[in-house]
Design a protein around this ligand. Structure first.
Ligand code: PLP
Length: 455
């Protein structure tokens, strides 16, 4: 069923992430999600949970970014999902990288021939990581406090510093301002301290918080950054880098604000405060925007239990708890750390494949009323959906994926799929209780990526 693999990236990837030689080389297919899921489960008898990553969606996001934020060079936030094939594609497309640690810098160094395309965007860095960045010519880095300046002067005196100013992140799902960012009233004095230490400040960064729900926040942050530019220039600094951070949604509907709405507000603010003839290099640190929608996670129902709540009426429909083989200690850590709300769709029920909104439909049967596809349920058959719970595989009671889902009755061995699982999932997954992190199968389902970006 699978299209034959057009290339094999073993060598480059082994170098990129120092994979041990025995790691199987990833291949990229040109098959639809439907074909890949079916082949993996029905033909190859898969039992473990696995991801399918549709790299074509990453490519389409890249084009969208270029269209709506043409002046902003995206530096992908590696923390969001350090998948080596994703990193490599983004590097090929011309993205730079936002790294938070030595390991992230190590992963991207072989992918770029220009260390100017890396920003070490962690305002509080471990000394050995800082030494590593100095030794490897990674000079652009953020800071937001005096002690960090002292450390940088000792370990990386030639760094090009980016002051991270506090942005209003009160409208964002994941707020970062309680941990990082210089409040506007303190930026001038911190710049003076940097001057006294003989350090080079090259620009300003901000982050409006991950999952930003108000586009106006970007405008406000650009304004704040502009003030700090003036302060820096008044001290004689050559301020020439603006880093607008991340915060963009992974897909339309994830947030109250679409990417295009946020980008439109941001673009206008940039044109007003940092016009194209101002000689300012503008970079961004999108993570979720590139990674979220590309990854779908297939999980196997490994066990089932009837929920016996009180003494139900004799004809009341049976409610079930389903146990699947990835949970909150694995990919679904996003429920806790990223405030994610995840929705299961039935994929394979009693050996039959049911197409989802993401699949190209190939004549597979549609189970009436059983499929939650693109958020809609066939209301005429909705009564066939039963309230249920979906649990992860570990022995911990906290390991609950869906406290109250509605699904048709499933059997052990059936499969569910969760879409939009690319951001802040695999990167923070553990192997608690001995459950493996799911492997990833790659495809370009719509065959949209030009060949030169794949070889
Ligand atoms: N840059 C920094 C410094 C971050 O802390 C984060 C996320 O926490 C990002 C970029 C990526 O943000 P997002 O995934 O919302 O684009």
């Amino acid at each position: 069923v699978l299209a034959s693999s057009p290339f094999n990236m073993a060598d480059r990837l082994a170098k990129a992430v120092e994979q041990p030689a025995e790691v199987t080389a990833p291949t990229v297919h040109f098959a639809s999600l439907a074909d890949l899921f079916q082949a993996e489960i029905l033909d190859h008898g898969a039992e473990d949970a696995f991801y399918v990553a549709d790299l074509g969606r990453v490519y389409q996001q890249f084009l969208l970014w270029r269209e709506h934020l043409p002046r902003v060079h995206p530096f992908y936030a590696v923390k969001c999902n350090p998948d080596p094939v994703l990193l490599r594609l983004l590097a090929k497309l011309g993205a730079g990288f936002d790294c938070a640690s030595r390991a992230e810098i190590e992963a991207v160094l072989p992918l770029t021939d220009c260390t100017d395309n890396i920003v070490y965007a962690n305002p509080c860095k471990q000394a050995s990581h800082l030494r590593y960045s100095a030794a490897h010519g990674v000079a652009m880095m953020t800071f937001d406090n005096y002690d960090e300046l002292v450390k940088i002067r000792r370990l990386h005196p030639r760094a090009r510093l980016i002051l991270r100013v506090l942005a209003d992140d009160s409208k964002s799902v994941c707020q970062l301002g309680m941990k990082f960012g210089v409040p506007p009233h303190a930026t001038a004095s911190l710049l003076r301290q940097a001057r006294e230490l003989g350090l080079d400040v090259a620009g300003v960064s901000f982050h409006v918080g991950s999952g930003c729900r108000d586009a106006a926040t970007f405008r406000d942050a650009v304004q704040r950054a502009h003030v700090v530019f003036q302060e820096g220039r008044a001290l004689g600094y050559d301020m020439h880098v603006l880093d607008i951070g991340g915060g963009f949604p992974g897909w339309d509907g994830e947030s109250d604000v679409t990417f295009i709405e946020a980008a439109t507000v941001l673009r206008k603010a940039l044109d007003e405060y940092f016009p194209s003839d101002a000689g300012v290099r503008i970079i961004g640190e999108p993570g979720r925007f590139f990674a979220a929608a590309a990854f779908s996670l297939a999980v196997n129902v490994i066990a089932r239990r009837e929920i016996s709540g009180g003494s139900p009426a004799p004809d009341a429909p049976v409610e079930h708890s389903y146990y699947v083989n990835d949970g909150v200690y694995g990919s679904f850590n996003c429920i806790m750390f990223d405030h994610a709300v995840v929705t299961p769709e039935v994929m394979i029920r009693q050996g039959t494949y049911y197409p989802s909104g993401r699949d190209s439909h190939r004549g597979s049967p549609v189970l009436e009323g059983s499929l939650v596809s693109s958020g809609t349920i066939d209301s005429a058959a909705a009564d066939r959906l039963r309230p249920c719970k979906v649990w992860g595989p570990t022995c911990d009671g906290i390991d609950c994926i869906n406290e109250s889902a509605r699904l048709p009755t499933l059997e052990v061995g059936d499969w569910l799929v969760y879409h939009n699982m690319g951001a802040y999932t695999i990167c923070a997954a553990s192997q608690f209780n001995g459950f493996q992190i799911p492997r990833v199968i790659y495809t370009d389902s719509r065959n949209v990526i030009p060949y030169q970006y794949l070889i």
